[in-house]
Design a protein around this ligand. Structure first.
Ligand code: CMC
Length: 391
């Protein structure tokens, strides 16, 4: 196969043209549809940013209101879906529950499966945006042995998620506006990141004209790995381990540098960013604010020390390894009351509008072809079959 060039991990291969997200990894710049992430983080909401990613422009006030109403109308899950939650094992990982449930949406909403029909894609878009937080909160509550709560559509998308996750049927729920705002901000920061592993998965699955539910379900599975979205819970695990073994960050950095037992500094490094991840900078500020409110957290001090030790170390400097978005998010999610098993599900809620926008861009692009990478064959040359009695 003389014309096939190997690019393991697609380090240097562009698979599509896209007008959604711009990253300059050397300068640490991230923009959605041209808008700097810092501005969106400060000024926008997750719902508005979702609209921007999916439809390409910031909505007018009336468009945003209509979008909000549509999403609120679809937050309920069809009752039969609840049997899935009864059937899953109580210890099931929320990411498996999320992916399976999103896949199952395709069995219920058969009127929104046709990728060639814009109305059908629009319906599945709204359904997914509205229902994924409901599914995630149910995954959480089942793991805690708690009853499931119906969405309450007096709340916006993020507040509703908090209500369904932390509310009690017998008590008045007091919405914590600061908490809702902080979570909304984190969702904005996660909302798209061009052709990362899960987004490329969504596009690859969708390139066969598989429906949106099937493609997003595959994206959720891709996100679950510790090198991708799973890193946020791996960071917390790492910080706890360092804390429990005496809190010596220098010793941990030494282990990482020597690649002892394959130990990595989780939440550090990025395929594209060779500079400070702009999302991590915003998350770090937020972590300070939120954790200050929740009281002293020894793990935040440890994370700050670890970051400092790594940024001053030649190993990390030479390889241009900086904190990524996952380095501080786990600490924040934990202080919000989420168990670490839920962290990656929160990432999935945040990333959903990006996946949807990318899927829609792909199916509307006349240049799209089914994704079908080539390989360089390194196996045996032709040989002759030998029956078992002569092997
Ligand atoms: N700790 C220690 N060494 C590292 C790390 C790390 N976190 N990341 C990269 N390196 C080293 C790597 O061993 C290699 O060294 P050498 O040249 O001596 O072999 C060099 O840096 C280049 O790394 P790479 O593995 O070739 O880089 P990549 O682009 O293939 O991988 C990555 C990117 C994010 C998978 C990797 O940096 C990593 O595993 N980081 C830890 C997991 C993590 O935080 N993931 C979240 C990524 S951001 C959000 C998301 O996508 O979900």
């Amino acid at each position: 196969t003389g014309d096939t060039t190997l690019d393991v991990g697609f380090v240097n291969t562009a698979s599509c043209q896209s007008a959604i997200t711009y990253i300059d990894g050397d300068a640490g710049i991230l923009r959605y549809r041209g808008y700097p992430i810092e501005q969106l983080a400060k000024e926008s909401t997750f719902l508005e940013t979702s609209y921007l990613l999916i439809y390409g422009e910031l909505p007018s006030a009336a468009e945003l209101e209509e979008f909000d109403q549509k999403v609120r109308r679809h937050t309920l899950l069809v009752e039969d879906m609840k049997q899935f939650f009864d059937g899953f094992h109580r210890d099931a990982h929320p990411m498996s529950v999320l992916a399976s449930s999103v896949s199952a949406l395709g069995t219920f909403y058969q009127d929104s499966l046709d990728p060639r029909d814009p109305e059908s894609v629009e319906m599945s878009t709204i359904r997914l945006l509205a229902k994924l937080p409901t599914i995630a909160s149910y995954a959480f509550r089942k793991s805690q042995g708690k009853s499931l709560l119906y969405p309450d559509n007096k709340y916006d998308l993020v507040e509703n998620f908090l209500w369904m996750t932390f509310g009690q049927p017998t008590e008045e729920y007091e919405m914590d506006a600061d908490l809702a705002k902080a979570l909304d901000l984190l969702f904005i920061l996660h909302a798209d990141h061009e052709q990362n592993c899960s987004t490329s998965t969504v596009r690859l699955v969708g390139s066969s004209e598989a429906n949106l539910f099937a493609s997003i379900s595959a994206g959720i599975q891709a996100l679950s790995g510790p090198l991708h979205g799973g890193a946020n819970s791996a960071v917390l695990q790492m910080l706890n381990d360092i804390h429990d073994s005496g809190g010596d960050v220098k010793e941990f950095v030494r282990k990482v540098k020597n690649k002892e037992d394959g130990v990595k500094l989780m939440g550090f490094g990025h395929r594209v960013y060779k500079n400070y991840d702009p999302r991590a900078a915003i998350v770090k500020e937020t972590a300070h604010d939120i954790l200050a409110k929740a009281g002293d957290n020894p793990l935040l001090d440890l994370a700050l020390q670890l970051e400092q030790a790594a940024l001053e170390d030649d190993y990390f400097v030479e390889r241009k390894l900086y904190p990524n978005v996952d380095f501080y998010t786990g600490l924040i999610y934990e202080s919000m009351g989420f168990p670490s098993s839920m962290f990656t599900a929160l990432f999935a809620i945040g990333r959903l509008p990006g996946w949807i926008a990318q899927y829609r861009e792909m199916i509307n692009d006349p240049a799209t072809k089914i994704g079908r990478p080539r390989q360089v064959y390194v196996g045996e040359p032709e040989r002759q079959y030998v029956p078992t009695d002569r092997r």
